[in-house]
Write a protein that binds this ligand. Structure first.
Ligand code: GRF
Length: 203
């Protein structure tokens, strides 16, 4: 399968996916990395692995619709089967999202449906949760609201800080994101307008 990854920053999740492709866990290839920020470190990661990469700066577009239209065109040039949002910090328009229904996935640093949106680590601490974590989900027009594919919990211990929690969550993200991409590459989980379908062997 052909995988396109969208990033805005460090790209440590991108790296985990690249590593999983290289070690054979993922039966697919990362055909392109697209960033909306020219200084995203993830672009270097792509370069280091000879993966095609480009920048589409949202600041060069008058509105979300025109940015998303360009993004869609650029992504389609790579004919992807899967489009992975890996720390891509732009809200996407419903038109873009529905165009890629079933192909578009995101990772979110919380145990969805808890703590959609930003500042999830602080909010989990403030709420005195026992567990926090990360979720990979199909993207639908509702922000952080699409069906969950894989989740991983981390325990919140006494003395936990935003930084310590963030580090723990990142660590599990690097395990579950490649796993979710693997499942999609093997057609073990699919989403259509009818809903999500898990292959029997997973149940
Ligand atoms: C991750 O914490 C992810 O959950 C969030 O953005 C962060 C991206 O980190 N959506 P990285 O760029 O993959 O290191």
């Amino acid at each position: 399968k052909r995988i396109v990854v969208l990033i805005s920053g460090s790209g440590s999740n991108l790296q985990a996916i690249i590593d999983a492709v290289e070690n054979g866990q993922i039966n697919g290839q990362v055909v392109a990395v697209i960033s909306n920020k020219s200084d995203a470190f993830g672009l270097k990661r792509a370069e280091n692995h000879n993966i095609e990469h480009c920048v589409i700066n949202h600041k060069n577009y008058p509105d979300r619709e025109s940015f998303d239209a360009q993004l869609q065109t650029s992504i389609e040039q790579f004919a992807p089967d899967i489009v992975v949002l890996a720390g891509f910090m732009r809200i996407l328009t419903p038109g873009f999202v529905t165009h890629f229904t079933g192909k578009l996935i995101n990772i979110h640093p919380s145990l969805l449906p808890k703590f959609k949106g930003l500042d999830t680590h602080q909010r989990a601490l403030d709420a005195e949760e026992q567990y926090h974590g990360a979720s990979v989900h199909f993207v639908t027009p509702e922000l952080d609201g699409g069906p969950v594919i894989v989740q991983a919990p981390v325990a919140i211990v006494s003395g936990e800080t935003v930084d310590s929690l963030k580090a723990k969550v990142h660590k599990v993200e690097h395990q579950i994101y490649p796993l979710a991409v693997q499942l999609l590459c093997e057609d073990k989980i699919t989403m259509t307008n009818e809903g999500v379908h898990y292959m029997n062997e997973m149940l």
